[in-house]
Design a protein around this ligand. Structure first.
Ligand code: HPA
Length: 280
């Protein structure tokens, strides 16, 4: 399915009917990380099912609502739960919300996800600032920017060497250090899922320079950059990817959600700090 500007505008119209807020910052909260949306001041909530074209999340830990409100004195739009490629959505559907946020006037997109740690120095509960990515899903021919290009939405070819905004990364480090939180930094590997990685795949991804592995975010990042947005992204390390056979354990969604409880307060402190710093 190919969406056009008309579809993004129609979705944005429905959202505008439900709120007078004019957000400039968009936040996407990943698996088990939705709590921050509850803390918005003067919030307006729009369930995804009310927005035409908006993909519904079918995964536990993703509530499926858009929350617009004030966070650290800034008007924000928060996506509480996202749709994934592995749910059967096309890359265009997965990134539909990013286009709509752009239509609403969002110029900075902050994304979060749950990820497995590849870097042997990482611990469960760590927060990793994404400074670069390896997009296996895109390389396999599933890039959301494939197909006809609308120049009103962005250029045909997009440079990818300045994807994760340098200034925002600095702000993230500043916010983490002000909050006394260790902030890791590294390369996020995007796979399709829904299977977790085999030990051989984990060793390969590590060899290729990956620090964390997950099943989301990069599609949205590409579309945000296409639309000229500034991008900041974080992985919450919910489990350590298993790199040897017969380890006696397996990755599972429960541990991902469980670790979210550890990650949420850390991520929240960092995000609040970044927003405060941006307001300065
Ligand atoms: N692999 C892929 N995606 C994930 C993982 C993982 O280990 N943990 C959370 N999301």
């Amino acid at each position: 399915m190919t969406f056009t500007r008309k579809d993004f505008a129609a979705a944005a119209r429905v959202i505008r009917e439900r709120t007078s807020l004019e957000p400039r910052i968009g936040l996407v909260l990943g698996s088990g990380l939705g709590h921050l949306a509850d803390t918005l001041v003067d919030a307006d909530v729009v369930p995804y099912r009310d927005i035409p074209g908006w993909p519904q999340s079918t995964v536990e830990g993703h509530r499926g609502e858009l929350v617009l409100g004030m966070l650290e004195g800034q008007p924000v739009v928060v996506q509480r739960g996202r749709a994934h490629f592995y749910e059967g959505y096309t890359p265009q559907q997965v990134t539909f919300p990013v286009r709509v946020m752009r239509e609403l006037g969002v110029t900075t997109l902050i994304l979060t996800n749950a990820a497995g740690g590849l870097n042997p120095d990482f611990h469960v509960g760590d927060v990793m600032l994404i400074n670069d990515h390896i997009n296996f899903v895109g390389m396999a021919g599933n890039n959301p920017l494939m197909g006809p290009n609308d120049p009103e939405l962005g250029q045909r070819f997009i440079g990818m060497s300045q994807t994760y905004d340098r200034k925002l990364r600095q702000e993230a480090h500043r916010a983490a250090s002000e909050a006394g939180i260790t902030l890791r930094e590294g390369v996020y590997v995007c796979l399709s899922g829904p299977t977790f990685e085999t030990p051989a795949e984990v060793r390969m991804l590590r060899m290729l320079g990956g620090d964390a592995v997950g099943m989301s975010t990069v599609h949205e990042v590409l579309v945000a950059r296409h639309g000229g947005m500034r991008v900041l992204a974080f992985s919450g390390i919910t489990n350590l990817a298993i790199d040897r056979l017969d380890a006696g354990a397996d990755a599972n969604h429960e541990e991902v959600l469980e670790a979210g409880r550890l990650i949420v307060p850390r991520l929240e402190a960092i995000l609040r700090g970044v927003l405060r710093n941006m307001a300065e």
